[in-house]
Write a protein that binds this ligand. Structure first.
Ligand SMILES: [Zn+2]
Length: 328
C-alpha cells in the first residue's frame, strides 16, 4: 500500500492522540465523529455475529442466539452482593445482573453439518437470533444433518421447535438418555420449581416432534472426530462434545462454566442446577483437568464467541480468552 505513507497515517490520527491529552477534545469532545458515534449508539444495528476456527478438517462456527442478564441472586453459594462485587471487579457488572450469552456451534467437514445446541429461541431474554445467524452463513435449518443437545434446559433446546413444528427436519437429534428420562418424567416435573417448568414442557414437545431422536448412553463417537463427553452434574445427562482432527481439538462444554463466578470457585452454582453436589463434583474434576490439558473450550454462556481456556494462575483458576480471528 504505497499510498498510505506514514505522514498520511499520522495526519489521520485523532488530535487527542498527538501531543494532547487522551481525554482532550480530540477523542471525547464534540467532534463530528463523536456526534456520529452517539447517533450510532442510539440505534444499534441488528447483526448476527459469528466466529470461525479450524480444527483439522473441521470448520467450527460460533453463532449466538442472543443474551440475557441473570439477576445477581441466581447464583446459590454466593450472596447477590458477592456476585455483583465479582462482576464489578471484572468490569462486567450490569444493573440487571450477569450477562449470559447463548452461543451455539456449527461443526462442518464439507460432508456433514452438526449443530451443537439450538438456543433459547426467545424463551429467555433477548434471544431468537440463531435462524438469522445460520441464514447469514447461507444455511437453512433443513440443511443441518445432526443436532447435539448438551442438556434439556430451555436455553439449549428451545430452537428445536418453531411454531409448534420440528425446526430441523433433516437432522438426527442426539441427547443423553439420562436427560431424556429426567425431563419427560411427570413425577420429576410435578416436584420441580416454576422456573424449570418451561424446560419440562419443551422436553415433552421435542421428544414428540423428533422421531429421529437418538438417546445416547455414555461416551461415543457421533462421526469421525466428533465425540460425546460425559459431564453429568449440571443436569443428569449433561454432555460435552469433543471435536478433534489433525492433532487439534476443542471441547464444547456447555454449562460447565458460567461467567463471573467460574472457574475461580466450584461451590457456586446457577439457580437451574437441581443436584448441586453433582454439579460441584464435576467442576472439581473438570476444571483442573482442563487446565492441565490446556484444552480449548467452547462454553455456551461465556462472552461471545465463548472460546477460551481454563488456566491455573498462582493457585487460582481463571478463564483465558482464546484467539480465534485469523488463526491458521
Ligand atoms: Zn444454559
Amino acid at each position: 500500500m504505497p499510498q498510505l505513507s506514514r505522514r498520511a497515517f499520522a495526519g489521520a490520527l485523532p488530535l487527542g492522540l498527538i501531543g494532547g491529552s487522551l481525554l482532550g477534545a480530540g477523542l471525547l469532545g464534540d467532534s463530528p465523529a463523536r456526534a456520529a458515534t452517539q447517533v450510532a449508539a442510539k440505534a444499534p444495528v441488528a447483526v448476527n455475529p459469528f466466529a470461525q476456527i479450524r480444527i483439522g478438517r473441521f470448520t467450527v462456527t460460533a453463532l449466538t442466539d442472543g443474551y440475557a442478564d441473570m439477576p445477581y441472586d441466581y447464583f446459590p453459594g454466593r450472596s447477590a452482593t458477592e456476585v455483583e462485587r465479582a462482576a464489578s471487579a471484572q468490569f462486567t457488572a450490569r444493573p440487571s445482573g450477569v450477562r449470559f450469552l447463548f452461543n451455539q456451534y456449527l461443526v462442518e467437514d464439507g460432508e456433514r453439518r452438526i449443530l451443537i445446541d439450538a438456543g433459547a429461541a426467545g424463551s429467555i431474554g433477548q434471544t431468537g437470533q440463531l435462524p438469522q445467524a445460520l441464514a447469514a452463513l447461507g444455511l437453512q435449518p433443513e440443511q443441518i444433518d445432526a443436532v447435539i443437545v448438551t442438556h434439556m434446559h430451555q436455553d439449549h433446546m428451545g430452537g428445536l421447535v418453531l411454531g409448534g413444528k420440528n425446526n430441523y427436519p433433516g437432522a438426527d437429534l442426539y441427547i443423553d438418555r439420562r436427560d431424556v428420562t429426567h425431563w419427560t418424567d411427570p413425577a420429576k416435573r410435578n416436584g420441580a420449581p416454576d422456573y424449570l417448568q418451561t424446560s419440562f414442557r419443551m422436553a415433552e414437545e421435542v421428544v414428540r416432534l423428533y422421531p429421529r431422536l437418538q438417546a445416547i448412553d455414555g461416551e461415543r463417537e457421533i462421526m469421525r472426530g466428533v465425540s460425546i463427553v460425559d459431564l453429568t452434574g449440571h443436569t443428569p445427562g449433561h454432555i460435552g462434545v469433543r471435536v478433534e482432527d489433525g492433532g487439534k481439538s476443542m471441547i464444547m462444554v456447555s454449562d460447565m462454566i458460567f461467567p463471573v463466578v467460574h472457574p475461580a470457585a466450584t461451590d457456586v452454582f446457577f439457580l437451574f442446577e437441581q443436584d448441586r453436589a453433582a454439579a460441584k463434583a464435576m467442576r472439581d474434576r473438570f476444571f483442573p483437568l482442563a487446565a492441565s490439558e490446556g484444552a480449548l473450550i467452547a462454553a455456551t454462556h461465556m462472552p461471545f464467541p465463548g472460546l477460551g481456556r481454563i488456566v491455573a494462575d498462582r493457585g487460582e483458576m481463571r478463564w483465558q480468552v482464546a484467539d480465534w480471528a485469523l488463526q491458521d
